[in-house]
Write a protein that binds this ligand. Structure first.
Ligand code: 0O2
Length: 221
């Protein structure tokens, strides 16, 4: 079949958009429930924000070209994992793994791929956990398993990634070695602060726990 760039526009057909939006809604609702559960359990706010988007036809075309793929609707749906994307941003570093574990426990989600760019950051310094899951979407009593990319990262990682996207990632400045090196240094500095903030939270939790213990001790006496 001949490739035709205009075919990508099919992504914007009402039925396709409905399918991807439904998949996103399922994932977002699940993350909200996970947030309530983890927040109750931990005693601190876990998820700061959840955002989502459906990749635009222009961005899909660019990514297919970048990956050397045919530019048509079927190839896009088959080979791209992030046409539907959801991002969960946590306050603290340890929570990204709690969120990821909870997502992987969802019985009706199938985990297709997991990338831990926190343990192994990208060359740019980019950090995030990417989970590609398939979620069941029921439309017209037909079930379709739709791929969604879930990016999980901290507020600090998100801060760096957002600025990097504006200034370097897929931008011409990002091709300059000096710019790349500097941006990576900032990613490392931010990661160091992220760790410090987690240590700080743990220190405070310990202090509060000891305070409560002292107070119950006083009451007993
Ligand atoms: P956009 O505009 O954010 O949508 P896969 O096909 O699943 O194996 P993929 O998608 O080719 O893998 O690559 P990867 O690196 O796993 O994930 C790509 C996404 O991660 C990007 O999506 C970005 O959202 C984010 N990302 C990866 N590297 C960087 C980086 O250096 N800086 C920033 N800011 N974000 C990064 P897209 O489609 O490239 O772009």
């Amino acid at each position: 079949k001949k490739s035709d760039k205009s075919e990508i526009v099919q992504i914007n057909s009402p039925m396709t958009l409905l399918m991807y939006q439904s998949a996103i809604d399922i994932v977002v609702d699940r993350l909200k429930a996970i947030n309530i559960e983890l927040t109750n359990k931990s005693g601190h706010h876990v998820i700061r924000g959840i955002t989502s988007r459906i990749k635009s036809p222009e961005s899909i075309t660019k990514k297919l070209i970048r990956k050397g793929k045919k530019i048509d609707y079927e190839t896009a749906v088959e080979s791209l994992n992030d046409i539907a994307g959801v991002r969960a941003v946590s306050y603290f570093f340890d929570d990204i793994y709690q969120i990821s574990k909870a997502v992987k426990k969802q019985k009706d989600f199938t985990l297709i791929k997991e990338k831990d760019y926190v343990q192994k950051p990208k060359k740019s310094g980019y950090k995030s956990i990417h989970l590609i899951v398939k979620v069941p979407v029921v439309l017209d009593s037909q079930t379709t398993y739709v791929k969604v990319e879930i990016q999980i990262r901290t507020f600090a990682m998100d801060y760096w990634a957002e600025l990097d996207s504006q200034m370097c990632y897929k931008k011409s400045a990002g091709d300059i070695e000096m710019v790349r090196q500097e941006s990576k240094r900032y990613a490392e500095a931010i990661a160091a602060l992220d760790n410090k903030m987690l240590e700080f939270r743990k220190k405070i939790e310990l202090l509060e726990k000891n305070k409560v213990l002292c107070e119950t001790d006083k009451v007993k006496k």
